[in-house]
Design a protein around this ligand. Structure first.
Ligand code: AP5
Ligand code: MG
Length: 194
């Protein structure tokens, strides 16, 4: 299996690039943000809980997120692999993901981390906020809080993969196609099952 963690701050292009990667490599795309938003729309209990955090730009508690993610992994029958988008976001989540993949006789192949400066992130998210209907995109203070939470709680999760020699940083500035090319080069170089 090819299991990729696509990492980076809010607005770095995780969702945009995930779409392209899953098409090329036939992977299952699991975005915890998308799953939370689906639950919010369906007004489930999980959605109500998640909304109370997402609207402030805070992280949903680890155990709730881990249980949800594990359940999504279990739904897939014989996948080629996964792209995890927006998960893990803490070291606790990274550890839980490793354990879950090991229990399935698999492992994380690599972390690809998109690097984009803060002012560009804010520009992208405010632009998207005009149309997306995402409650956490419309207010610059909430966007800045999401980036602060990323810097303070999430960025450290990269160390978990660095220690396993699975971490790769990619310049996330440029055209969507150029960045996709950069990602593919690393995937092709570091995966053996293609
Ligand atoms: P989540 O949905 O994961 O959002 P995020 O990480 O804040 O990031 P975005 O989805 O906004 O950005 P992205 O990197 O996917 O970029 P995109 O491709 O969309 O999480 C939302 C919330 O859910 C969190 O704040 C938290 O509350 C909760 N949550 C989620 N996962 C969690 C977890 N594991 N634990 C706890 N809580 C969790 O691109 C952004 C914009 O830029 C788009 O408009 C796009 O068109 C544009 N763009 C993309 N690439 C380029 C480019 N190269 N040049 C110019 N524009 C570009
Ligand atoms: Mg996203």
């Amino acid at each position: 299996m090819l299991n990729i963690v696509l990492f980076g701050p809010p607005g770095a292009g995780k969702g945009t690039q995930s779409e392209r990667i899953v098409n090329k490599y036939k992977l299952v795309h699991l975005s915890t943000g998308d799953i939370f938003r689906y639950n919010i729309k369906q007004e489930t209990d999980l959605g109500k809980l998640a909304k109370s955090y997402i609207d402030k730009g805070e992280l949903v508690p680890d155990q709730v997120t881990i249980d949800m993610l594990n359940a999504e992994v279990e739904k897939q029958v014989n996948p080629n692999g996964f792209i995890f988008d927006g998960f893990p976001r803490t070291t606790t989540q990274a550890d839980a993901l490793d354990k879950h993949m090991i229990s399935k006789g698999s492992s994380i192949t690599m972390m690809l981390s998109l690097h984009v400066p803060e002012e560009e992130l804010i520009k992208r998210l405010l632009l998207r906020g005009k149309e997306s209907g995402r409650s956490d995109d419309t207010d610059e203070n909430i966007i800045r809080n999401r980036i602060r939470v990323y810097n303070e709680q999430t960025a450290v999760a990269a160390n978990y993969y660095e220690m396993q020699n699975k971490y790769h940083q990619i310049d996330g500035i440029g055209t969507i196609e150029d960045i996709f090319e950069r990602l593919c080069q690393i995937i092709d170089k570091h995966s053996t099952i293609l």
